[in-house]
Design a protein around this ligand. Structure first.
Ligand SMILES: [Zn+2]
Length: 303
């Protein structure tokens, strides 16, 4: 599943021609060559009548008294076809282990790209991916990825990531107000516990309490407590790149589905939905208003 924005970035002729994998295909083990695993024999050990297997002789959790089994790997196929015990604690040493770790890294990396593409299609900006300082690359694994049999697929997933980053930067450039909203949402949320932003947080809280009280949703004056439970979630959602309106839709769904809310709200679900939608809209407006007053220039951080 690739979102429209990601697809745009990934559908140029050149990129598709270079790719052995379909443009919207999330890479899986079946796409990865066996590499040094082809025809290899892996020795694994298990504690007598135990269930956790170890293939690394240097593993600190390897038991002293063990039974050994050999696992011969296929000559052809993909990493999906590896023959290994179900509960394998550690990889064999040397290039087999390094290759398998590199393969796992590749799959994680591609899954992260695909997730961000889906978020972008839904209006969410995974800005963390733009910040190189947040990308913890493992140089040894990346050397395996860049030089060995995984190199061709690695090139494809890197290209896909680069396409995503271009689309993300475009979205960020065209939406500096969106970024201001994200930064502000995080700032407001921090006011829940830190004194200096407390008034701003309280302003959001009061908007909700006022609406909940007006419609007499909660019994026993629980409105403030309920609002205080859900406001931080909404702010976190917005601060991590979800468009405010989408964050509201998600919030309303969660509130309506919440057993706690059902227990305290003595009204039909449709009323709960309507009132909480108005709460979300009020939060959206206040945040947008604050963003309009924000000094800007925060997009520069990501270039
Ligand atoms: Zn182990």
């Amino acid at each position: 599943m690739v979102g429209s924005a990601g697809q745009r970035a990934f559908d140029s002729d050149e990129q598709v021609a270079a790719s052995p994998i379909g443009s919207s295909h999330r890479v899986g083990m079946a796409d990865l060559p066996l590499g040094p695993w082809a025809g290899a024999v892996v020795e694994a050990v298990v504690r007598k009548s135990g269930r956790v297997w170890h293939a690394d002789p240097d593993c600190s959790q390897r038991p002293a008294r063990v039974e050994t089994s050999s696992y011969r790997q296929p000559d052809t196929g993909s990493l999906q076809d590896l023959v290994l015990p179900e509960n394998l604690h550690c990889n064999p040493p040397g290039e087999l282990g390094a290759y398998r770790r590199a393969a796992n890294r590749l799959l994680e990396y591609d899954a992260e790209t695909c997730g961000a593409e889906d978020r972008l299609a839904a209006g969410g900006l995974s800005l963390g991916l733009l910040d190189e300082r947040l990308q913890h690359g493992d140089h040894d694994l990346e050397a395996v990825l860049a030089s060995g049999e995984l190199a061709a697929v690695w090139a494809v997933v890197r290209q896909r990531r680069n396409g995503l980053l271009v689309a993300l930067r475009d979205a960020a450039d065209s939406g500096s107000e969106r970024l201001a909203v994200m930064v502000l949402a995080d700032w407001v949320r921090s006011g829940r516990t830190r004194r200096e932003h407390q008034p701003r947080y309280t302003e959001f809280l009061e908007l909700a309490v006022e609406r909940l009280e007006r419609h007499r949703l909660a019994q026993g004056g629980a409105d403030r407590q309920i609002a205080n439970t859900w406001l931080p979630d909404w702010l976190v959602d917005v601060s991590t790149g979800t468009a405010p309106a989408n964050a509201t839709a998600r919030l309303v769904g969660q509130v309506v589905g919440s057993a706690d809310v059902r227990a305290s709200h003595d009204v039909p679900a449709a009323v709960t939905k309507k009132v909480w939608t108005s709460v979300g809209r009020a939060w959206e407006s206040l945040l947008t208003k604050l963003a309009g007053e924000y000094p800007g220039d925060i997009v520069a951080v990501f270039h």
